[in-house]
Design a protein around this ligand. Structure first.
Ligand code: ADP
Ligand code: ZN
Length: 613
């Protein structure tokens, strides 16, 4: 079978995505490859299709090295469903089960074998590979999550270093290494550590066009979140990231209170509970996971429709990785963040109080500033995001700023008032103060603290009487974002002038303020193609069929102990409901229905469709 035939018949997909075809062809013909593709880009097929093609050409088994035990089970399950012989070897298997997999491997029955890195480099396993290699039955090495080999990456795994043994021992076997980590330092490290100097590099755009980026000003975060979910994602799966365990618990409880199906996830939960919550998220429909960043690594659920940040992440890398978990299936998804002054202050404090060295802190502050600049941006978010990763692009039309360009106003005058106030107060009292007090002085509020320090006699007292507190906060955020004000992360979060203040005071740098814009609700409801949205667009009869199909899928998934999406994606079920197939032939060609699934489930699907008519 050609590569395209495999894509169509085995996986049921019509066409390759982006660089998949070039990668697949290169690897099938025996070349080495390093693949950099964003999360959801479709990395798995880049080695699964070559594995099938090379197996069919009589070249034997592909070994997939993967660090995530939890994921192997579902991946192998998905391959089974597609009719591909695959198995995994990891510590979750009993001795007898592992021995059975080894026998299948040696008999040449497996197209793909998934194994954890520490297993691969044991003498016992290498002896088995020797036996296969002697017969020319080692088709390909696929090294997934290849950034684990680098300590610059975020999940360094020392065991990955030992994987060079594969290349040294079996130099004739082609290798493909894959990662979603973009930065140049990590990439260079992967090449060196895995001796991939001669591998062709396939670097995809890191853009995720189906993800819509929205960053809103935090007012009442929980209410804003609830409104966002209810308006845009009722009944859909999503992840809500919070900074602390305590906040995770509170928010999860509040969502449940509001009638949503939500669960908490953080490192403080007992391991069993954590595992159970994760399993439920993967297997149930429409569950919202409220989590710290402990959650997410290796979650390849394709139909996560939104990722919300209730607290600001540490840097753009983190933001991009976390939001990247939305919309892996390519259907529209949202990355939504609420952010406010307090987030800035908190993050600064965490950096200042960390035990790291001053150099490291300086790097962290720089990264935080880049994220602040993104949050405060009045132009296209995607252009800024991609720019951060060194990619040039045009305004995207699918972020809040593109869809509802914020009215921009010159806030330079107000910014100068604010800066002079910080200066005067510092000069008069010899100490600096926090944002609240500075704003009180500017607005001429006669508070206890103002009297205590005699600040009503300052020349800046009341000079911004006409400005609202939220306006002043906006100016302050902008000033922090452009580095013209520093927040001392000590106990009192006091505000200080910086080198950058001067340029603003002199009028050399403009401060742009975005007027808060309420996103017009009507416009936003016109989404299409998202599973639930797709279902909403179905006629009443089609919807009944869709619901019946989902119920049937849930039963099958339970019986097979697999997540529902491994059986069929939502989009596939919606398409079936819409087409009302009468025969197996009608089912053919629907995206996501390969030959094996047609054979295994076709009759059942027709029956369910028939019952709904
Ligand atoms: P990654 O590992 O890069 O994050 P995956 O390999 O999990 O991404 O793929 C993401 C989703 O996209 C999966 O649900 C997969 O089935 C789907 N997919 C991948 N390639 C294609 C394609 N050519 N056509 C349609 N769907 C695809
Ligand atoms: Zn945009």
């Amino acid at each position: 079978m050609s590569e395209l035939d495999i894509l169509r018949q085995v996986f049921g997909y019509e066409a390759f995505r982006g660089p998949q075809q070039a990668i697949v062809e290169h690897v099938v013909s025996g070349g080495d490859a390093l693949v950099l593709m964003p999360t959801g880009g479709g990395k798995s097929l880049c080695y699964q299709i070559p594995a099938i093609a090379r197996q069919q050409a009589g070249r034997g088994t592909t070994l997939v090295v993967s660090p995530l035990i939890a994921l192997m089970h579902d991946q192998v399950g998905a391959l089974h469903e597609a009719g591909v012989e695959a198995a995994f070897l990891n510590s979750s298997l009993s001795g007898e089960e592992a021995a059975q997999v080894e026998r299948r491997l040696l008999r040449g029955e497996l197209t793909l074998l998934y194994a954890a890195p520490e297993r691969v480099t044991t003498p016992r396993f290498l002896a088995q590979l020797d036996a296969l290699a002697a017969r020319g039955q080692l088709a390909l090495f696929a090294i997934d999550e290849a950034h684990c080999v680098s300590q610059w990456g975020h999940d360094f795994r020392p065991e990955y270093r030992a994987l060079t043994v594969l290349h040294e021992r079996y130099p004739a076997v082609p290798r493909i290494a894959l990662t979603a980590t973009a930065d140049a330092l990590t990439r260079a490290d992967i090449v060196e550590r895995l001796q991939l100097e001669n591998a062709q590099q396939f670097v995809s755009s890191f853009d995720r066009p189906n993800i819509r980026y929205t960053i809103v000003e935090k007012k009442d975060a929980l209410t804003q979140l609830l409104r966002f979910i209810e308006r845009e994602h009722a009944g859909e799966a999503g992840v809500v990231y919070c900074q602390s365990r305590k906040r995770v618990e509170e928010v999860a409880a509040a969502l449940v209170e509001a009638g949503l199906n939500a669960l908490p996830y953080h490192a403080g939960l007992e391991a069993g509970v954590r595992q159970q919550n994760q399993d439920r998220f993967l297997r149930e429909d429409g569950l919202v996971m409220v989590a710290t960043i402990a959650f997410g690594m290796g979650i390849d659920k394709p139909d996560v429709r939104f990722v919300a940040h209730l607290d600001m992440p540490k840097n753009i890398e983190g933001y991009y990785q976390e939001t990247g978990r939305a919309g892996r299936d390519g259907a529209p998804a949202d990355a939504w963040m609420a952010y406010g002054l307090q987030d800035v202050v908190n993050q600064r404090r965490m950096i200042d109080e960390s035990p790291a060295g001053e150099d490291f802190k300086q790097v962290m502050r720089g990264k935080l500033d880049a994220l602040l600049a993104l949050a405060e941006a009045t132009d296209c978010r995607r252009v800024r995001l991609l720019g951060y990763f060194g990619e040039k692009s045009e305004p995207c039309g699918n972020c809040d700023n593109c869809l509802h360009p914020p009215a921009v106003r010159d806030g330079s005058e107000l910014a100068r008032k604010l800066l002079s106030c910080i200066y005067r107060v510092q000069q008069a009292s010899g100490i600096s103060f926090g944002a609240g007090h500075i704003m009180d002085i500017l607005r001429g509020k006669q508070t206890e603290k103002v009297s205590q320090y005699g600040h009503e006699s300052l020349s800046t007292f009341g000079i911004a009487r006409d400005s609202s507190e939220s306006e002043l906060r906006a100016v302050l955020r902008q000033l922090i974002a452009i580095g013209a004000v520093a927040v001392d992360g000590g106990m009192f979060n006091t505000l200080q002038l910086t080198e950058g203040s001067r340029a603003v005071l002199k009028g050399e740098v403009q401060v742009q303020l975005r007027e808060s814009v309420a996103a017009p609700a009507a416009k936003r409801n016109r989404r299409s193609a998202a599973p639930a949205a797709a279902a909403q667009e179905l006629g009443v009869d089609d919807q009944v069929r869709y619901i019946n199909l989902r119920a049937w899928r849930a039963e099958v998934a339970r019986a097979h102990n697999l997540p529902a999406y491994v059986i069929f994606h939502d989009a596939t079920l919606a398409e079936i409901a819409r087409r009302r197939p009468q025969s197996l032939a009608d089912l053919q060609g629907i995206s996501g229905i390969g030959a094996k699934k047609l054979e295994a489930y076709g009759a059942d699907v027709l029956r369910v469709v028939g019952e709904g008519s």
